[in-house]
Design a protein around this ligand. Structure first.
Ligand SMILES: Nc1ncnc2c1ncn2[C@@H]1O[C@H](COP(=O)(O)OP(=O)(O)OP(=O)(O)O)[C@@H](O)[C@H]1O
Ligand SMILES: [Mg+2]
Length: 318
């Protein structure tokens, strides 16, 4: 397996062939990947691909029916979210467990308030809380005007950033972010991506869930692709290009069929078809013998744990 930064020792987290069933629904089957300290593992997939199920297995909300989780080389089971948290895994859910009307610093310490004094004189140490909040946010490069500002007045991107800074402060080793950029505009998404990089640079392992390859690729070191609960492959960054990631995500063949259908309709639908075709032509074509990209036909590259058919196989980007 090739990774951009060869890390010594076992990975922070290994996911080995995990599966989860809801009655006859296969939410996840035979999915494997690794997360290393100081790296970002992206989990990509469309609606219903199993992304949320995947992180719920990591954060102890669900228990896997198959496979195992190995943390720092030791097999682990998380019966509850608390157990996962105690093992250093912090999950930032999309709807964020924050109270909009409370100040930033109050939200930062929600559930873990610092106190001063003893016995009956014990009280919430608000000065310390404010100071730490300001310091921790500054350390992540987040400049808040006033820690007394209610969280509800922050932008979506800033709120995500506070949640990330909080997880870092409370000692998370592994940070899981469920679609932190999906509801954001381009600029705000860029801000959150920067904090993901900051968390990585501080040595955390990050699991970044998204359906947007353009958000994943610039920050990711590994890419796990899910489709209808199955793995389409688990690639190191040097094993897959942005074009290939995008094509795998979109399902190249399905887009082509859709293009033909729309073209037959004429009118505005035909415009969409032309746009789709232009998009396709922009990417390299795996079936084109004149395609200059060097690729081993049909075979996944060494190190990629492709569990399904990867159209054309990822190319050598050199
Ligand atoms: N508690 C549950 N009971 C029954 N089926 C479930 C449950 N949770 C998830 N599923 C099913 O498992 C599959 C994967 O769902 P999951 O929420 O993990 O997808 P996702 O990739 O997060 O999708 P989205 O992008 O829409 O959030 C879906 O078919 C879903 O209906
Ligand atoms: Mg989901």
């Amino acid at each position: 397996m090739t990774t951009p930064v060869p890390a010594a020792g076992p990975p922070l987290l290994e996911v080995r062939g995990i599966g989860k069933y809801f009655g006859s629904v296969i939410a996840l089957k035979d999915v494997s990947t690794v997360v290393r300290a100081g790296e970002v593992t992206c989990v990509l997939g469309d609606n219903g691909a199993g992304k949320s199920t995947f992180i719920k297995l990591l954060s102890g909300v669900f228990q896997p029916d198959e496979g195992e989780l190995v943390l720092n080389g030791e097999p682990v089971t998380f019966g509850t979210p608390r157990q996962s948290l105690d093992a250093g895994i912090a999950t930032v859910f999309q709807d964020l467990a924050m109270i909009p009307l409370l100040a930033i610093w109050r939200n930062f310490f929600l559930g873990s308030e610092p106190t001063k004094g003893r016995g009956p004189f014990r009280r919430f140490d608000s000065d310390t809380a404010k100071r730490i909040t300001r310091r921790e946010l500054a350390a992540m490069g987040i400049d808040i005007r006033d820690p007394d500002q209610p969280v509800g007045t922050l932008s979506g991107g800033e709120r995500q950033s506070v949640a990330i800074a909080r997880a870092v402060h409370f000692g998370a080793k592994l940070l899981i972010l469920d679609e932190p950029t999906s509801a954001l505009g381009v600029k705000q998404a860029g801000v959150v991506l920067r904090y993901i990089v900051q968390a990585r640079d501080r040595g955390l392992g990050v699991v970044f869930i998204t359906h947007n390859p353009h958000h994943a690729y610039p920050v990711g070191d590994r890419f796990l692709l899910l489709k209808r609960g199955r793995s389409l492959g688990d690639f190191g960054k040097d094993e897959i290009s942005l074009d290939e990631l995008t094509r795998l995500m979109a399902g190249g063949a399905e887009l082509e069929a859709l293009g033909h259908e729309l073209a037959r309709e004429g009118g505005p639908a035909a415009d969409v078809a032309r746009a789709l075709a232009a998009d396709r032509d922009g990417a390299t074509d795996p079936t084109d013998p004149t395609d200059p990209t060097d690729r081993s036909v049909g075979a996944p590259p060494a190190g990629a744990r492709a569990a399904g058919p990867a159209p054309g196989g990822p190319a050598d980007r050199r």
